[in-house]
Design a protein around this ligand. Structure first.
Ligand SMILES: Nc1ncnc2c1ncn2[C@@H]1O[C@H](COP(=O)(O)OP(=O)(O)OP(=O)(O)O)[C@@H](O)[C@H]1O
Length: 263
């Protein structure tokens, strides 16, 4: 497949017709092993694209490549038509690529509001002043906490939160940066069955009502059905299928890849 037409990163205006994210032949290898291979796909504005695949298929590695935690060893990546291949994670974050991680990235002894306040300071380019307790609840902090259903937990420490609330706080921290693209890596991991519906609903709201573009790695198909516009199936580091959830789940090649694990 031909590489998409992308400009270079010199502050040029984004091409209005360009997809939000373009991956062209993206790959990553380490120690002689190829972990991610030849991923080519476009993500449209406002789309919800979910990544599924057996354990070790390369989903998190692909998110690392997109967010800049690792650098591609082949292919290109563009955001809004601007080539970001090889650019570091902080540049990509500043340009609107935000992500959450499979494991919690919170500070146990810090309050919910302070997490959001720090993230707001970082997003605004300010210095970190967590010890100044004069006005922790700015309108921005309060607004994000309300949007994520954590308004009543503002003063709680992260260590006091349930797993579902921790995932909401991670989303809140992400949202203060108003990311152009949200990468959610297994947001349901560790969350109790009772808390999954509320968290799913929050992610749905961020996507549908706020129009956010979402990429999400998730093992639970029941969460994705009715949420994702398209499913990307990864297998052995490659893109095995990319289609609507209905088409992907009916695809015999995909079913074969999941043999023994269940789709
Ligand atoms: N830094 C690394 N060095 C060597 N191998 C790695 C490295 N990072 C990932 N891998 C390997 O690459 C493969 C893909 O890992 P990755 O975590 O991306 O898969 P995944 O699809 O996200 O899996 P899971 O669903 O279990 O989270 C695995 O075999 C993993 O061991």
């Amino acid at each position: 497949m031909a590489a998409p037409d992308i400009t270079t990163d010199h502050g040029s205006a984004a091409h209005s017709a360009a997809p939000v994210l373009q991956l062209a032949g993206l790959g990553w290898g380490v120690g002689g092993a190829t972990i991610v291979e030849d991923i080519t796909l476009d993500v449209r504005e406002g789309e919800f694209l979910a990544f599924i695949g057996p354990n070790g298929a390369g989903k998190t590695s692909l998110f690392n490549l997109i967010s800049g935690l690792t650098t591609a060893t082949s292919g290109t990546l563009a955001l809004d038509g601007t080539d970001l291949t090889g650019r570091p994670a902080h540049v990509r974050a500043r340009r609107g690529i935000g992500r959450t991680f499979q494991t919690s990235s919170l500070w146990p002894g810090m309050s919910v509001a302070d997490h959001v306040r720090l993230a707001a300071q970082a997003a605004g380019g300010g210095s970190y002043r967590v010890w100044r307790r004069a006005s922790p609840y700015t309108d921005e902090v309060r607004g994000v906490l309300e949007r994520t259903g954590l308004g009543h937990r503002a003063r709680a420490l992260a260590s006091e939160l349930s797993h579902g609330e921790k995932r909401k706080l991670e989303l809140a921290v992400l949202l203060v940066g108003e990311p152009r693209l949200m990468l959610l890596d297994e947001p349901m991991a560790g969350v109790s069955a009772e808390e999954v519906p509320a968290l799913t609903e929050l992610i749905r709201t961020l996507h549908r009502d706020e129009g956010r573009t979402v990429l999400m790695v998730e093992h639970h198909m029941d969460v994705l059905l009715g949420l994702a516009d398209r499913l990307a199936v990864m297998h052995h580091g490659r893109l095995l299928a990319l289609d609507t959830p209905e088409a992907v789940t009916a695809d015999p090649t995909v079913q074969q890849a999941y043999l023994g694990e269940g789709l």
